[in-house]
Design a protein around this ligand. Structure first.
Ligand SMILES: [Zn+2]
Length: 307
């Protein structure tokens, strides 16, 4: 199997403030762990391009894209919402992160790689059609999904979001689109306090109580996600890969361990193999304990690479 690893140096230059948990050190920790474990050497490494305004405008309001471009500061920080800020390099970082999802889609759809992992930041799944939120400016996974539909005419796309927070921006963008299914596990009650009461045939929202462990996640995947995915038969699977449900994560209260990210990835691979010719585009969302994040991503990527 060939797995693409897509990143860009500018993802290290988006800094919200010196002690913020959503820090460039996350990307460095992941890369270092992959190198140390002998995984990185077997990945097909690509540099992410920037997403174009046309690609962004498939999921974001044109005025919102203009607004973000206009706010990008020459120096200092501009606050976009209670949790999200932009420095001088943040616009470039988030444009490359969305561009990573576009390139991953191209590589996977053209059969140049089997699957792809986008190691990027800021994350994206809280960004809605016309708003930033929760450290997110543009919604990269949504940009990738929309690219697959527009460019490759795929009929059905599934997104699996195992970040500890609900992917409310992704839901906002796709809730009325029957071509897109979102399968999302998340801690509830918890930020962003949305999605727990909005389940539909294509919005498979599974709120889980604080302290939920791998067993409870496995039940959610087997009993909620699997029947929905088998019914939907996606042509490609996107993964909002957040690793903040890890037991060591400082921002949340779930009990997943490194091994759980291995079976979760195996689950996704099996569904992709059955319905989607193995096509998987995975993109980093949250995960704030540097060591846990790096180890969990290593599990995720090493399973993606297995035949
Ligand atoms: Zn999160």
């Amino acid at each position: 199997m060939t797995t693409a690893f897509i990143t860009h140096p500018d993802t290290l230059l988006h800094i919200m403030d010196g002690n913020h948990p959503e820090s460039p050190a996350r990307i460095t920790a992941i890369k270092n762990a992959l190198v140390k474990q002998g995984i990185y050497q077997h990945l097909a490494v690509y540099e992410a391009p920037t997403a174009s305004d046309t690609q962004l405008a498939r999921v974001h309001h044109p005025d919102y894209i203009k607004h973000i471009r206009a706010l990008s500061p020459k120096a200092g920080l501009v606050r976009l919402d209670a949790d999200t800020a932009m420095g001088p390099m943040s616009l470039s970082a988030t444009l490359h992160a969305s561009g990573a999802a576009v390139l991953a889609t191209d590589l996977v759809m053209q059969g140049k790689v089997d699957n792809a992992f986008c190691c990027v930041r800021p994350p994206g799944h809280h960004a809605g059609r016309a708003n930033s939120a929760g450290f997110c400016i543009f919604n990269h996974i949504a940009v990738g999904v929309a690219h697959a539909i527009a460019q490759y005419k795929v009929q059905r796309v599934a997104i699996i979001d195992f970040d500890v927070h609900h992917g409310d921006g992704t839901e906002d963008i796709f809730k009325n689109n029957p071509q897109v299914m979102l399968c999302s596990t998340f801690q509830h009650p918890f930020y962003p306090h949305r999605g727990f009461d909005t389940r539909t045939a294509t919005m498979i929202n599974v709120p889980l109580p604080v302290n939920a462990d791998g067993k409870q996640y496995q039940q959610a995947f087997d009993h909620e996600f699997l029947p929905a995915l088998n019914r939907f038969k996606p042509d490609i699977i996107y993964v909002s890969a957040g690793f903040d449900a890890h037991v060591d994560d400082p921002l949340a209260g779930m009990h997943l361990i490194n091994e759980d990210y291995a079976w979760i990835t195996t689950f996704i691979k099996q569904v992709a193999k059955q319905h989607a010719q193995g096509r998987i585009v995975s993109l980093l969302e949250g995960g704030y304990h540097l060591h846990a994040l790096a180890q969990a991503v290593s599990k995720h990527v090493s399973v993606m690479m297995q035949t």
